[in-house]
Design a protein around this ligand. Structure first.
Ligand code: ADP
Length: 168
């Protein structure tokens, strides 16, 4: 039986931490669906279409990874694509409580779908979309933290600021 896993998130923007989790998930499951949450309540930096385009471009070489969007209950979406696993990434302790609540709520809603937590490499364990956004907005370099496509999109959005040298 083919094991399909869904990795849901906002990916606003996609970071190398997400890519690390996607790489690990793709090795563990027959098919990994990266699903962008259409969340109307959040004020996004990039539109869902922009995020889908970026994800599709970056993930094109990965044969068993697909990109999609979803709204509504995650477990309904997972069922619809024939999935049995939800993949989430865990960073420091701060992620734990929220992820723990969500995993248990999803298990309460359906016992057939299991949540699996993966840890990114330690280089990315501090990395979040929110932090990347803040740094880019303030003119800092995000090179090595996001794929080059995302770096370009951030530069186009916020402009390139020359980095100020600190005075001795
Ligand atoms: P959300 O919008 O739910 O905060 P994101 O869309 O940023 O989450 O990320 C989706 C998933 O990827 C979440 O499970 C999040 O914990 C995980 N994730 C994001 N960045 C990293 C990282 N650097 N290392 C490990 N997991 C990560």
């Amino acid at each position: 039986m083919k094991r399909v896993a869904v990795y849901p998130g906002s990916f606003d923007p996609l970071t190398n931490g997400h890519l690390d989790i996607i790489g690990r998930g793709a090795l563990l499951f027959d098919e990994l669906v990266v699903a962008v949450l259409q969340n109307t309540s959040k004020e996004p930096l990039f539109t869902v279409d922009q995020r889908l385009r970026t994800l599709r471009h970056v993930l094109r070489p990965m044969r068993n990874v697909h990109v999609d969007r979803f709204e509504g209950l995650l477990i309904d979406y997972v069922r619809r694509v024939g999935g049995s696993v939800i993949v989430r990434g865990l960073r420091a302790i701060s992620d734990f409580e929220y992820e723990f609540q969500m995993a248990l709520m999803n298990r309460h809603l359906t016992a057939e779908i299991e949540t699996v937590f993966l840890m990114a490499g330690e280089d990315y364990s501090y990395l979040s979309s929110r932090l990347v956004k803040e740094v880019a907005q303030l003119g800092g370099s995000v090179r090595g933290l996001v794929p080059p496509q995302v770096e370009k999109l951030l530069a186009a959005r916020f402009g390139r600021h020359p980095r100020r040298k600190s005075r001795k």
